[in-house]
Design a protein around this ligand. Sequence first.
Ligand code: NDP
Length: 332
Amino acid sequence: MEYRFLGKSGLKVSELSFGSWITIGDQSDFEGAYNLMKEAFDAGINFFDNAEVYSAGKAETLVGKVIKKAGWKRRDLVISTKLFWGGDGPNDRGLSRKRIVEGTNAALQRLQLEYVDLLFCHRPDLYTPVEETVRAMNHIINQGKALYWGTSEWSAIQLREALHIARENSLIPPLMEQPEYNLFCRNRVEVEYKQLYEEMGLGTTTWSPLAGGILTNKYSEGIPDGSRFSLEKYSWLREKRLDTPEGRDKVAKSVKLKKIASQMGVTLPRMAIAWCLKNPNVSSVILGASKPEQLRENLKAPEVLPLLTEDIIKQIEEVVDNKPSGEKDWRL
Ligand code: NDP
């Protein structure tokens, strides 16, 4: 396993990490979670990604129990959580100071930890002044309950606002973003954040490298039993991500991408994850896996990196047909 610096910080995260969305709590109980996390840890993964909303808190609870049972040293782990959706009450959503303080305390209790390494604002909150959130995150860090803070799916403009507020008030700015990044979703990581990598030393922990499983090609002939998009609880996700013209287009493109991977002598998931790793602005690619054999397969992705030659990348670009063009140069 290779380790990358998280943005400009001195913290190293495994280039492949493990996330607990759906897989821990919904698809697996304690034993399943233990097997998955042990497989990940034994392969050198040090970063485990969580959120208070995952399985309504159950994911964090199980992750906390696994860490306890496995007896891993705290210093060998980078644990995150994300705050935004904490419940149904009037103060249970968003990024107010109250929400952040109470959300952090509740997450730490579930995780049975004194601190998380990374604390993310899971989405932007349009109703809380950014300054309130920046100050609340600083309060949490100063209390020793988190070591670094960041955002997920914030625009570059929102990130810059947080950065400027922090700089003007000598506060700790956000260090990392957690955006979606895969062969079908590229613009934020490749274009929108481009200047922020230099300007603020932004690190990225990217999600859904396999577009929720579509980039395994498992959906080309229907929805396999037990797969994410077959779950009743997540029918909203299937309707949004699979049962749409865009979803069907992704499935069709995955068939073509699988052919390229086969020519290279590798599997499509390995190729798709390696493609994410190729981007030096990605600090860690967060893997999702509902079964240890999926994780074992996906952990082989770094071996594919040297095979992603210019010619292969060109073939991939032709299939996905979504290379961000960046800002138009009106002088040309
Ligand atoms: P992926 O896009 O990689 O999808 C993972 C799912 O694909 C698995 O759970 C499994 O689902 C299927 N799969 C994975 N590997 C294989 C394989 N080799 N063969 C067959 N099927 C496979 O990642 P996720 O969408 O799960 O996202 C990863 C993590 O990112 C999350 O756990 C979470 O921590 C984070 N995340 C963050 C978000 C945010 O807003 N900040 C949003 C979403 C995710 P199945 O077996 O059920 O078919």
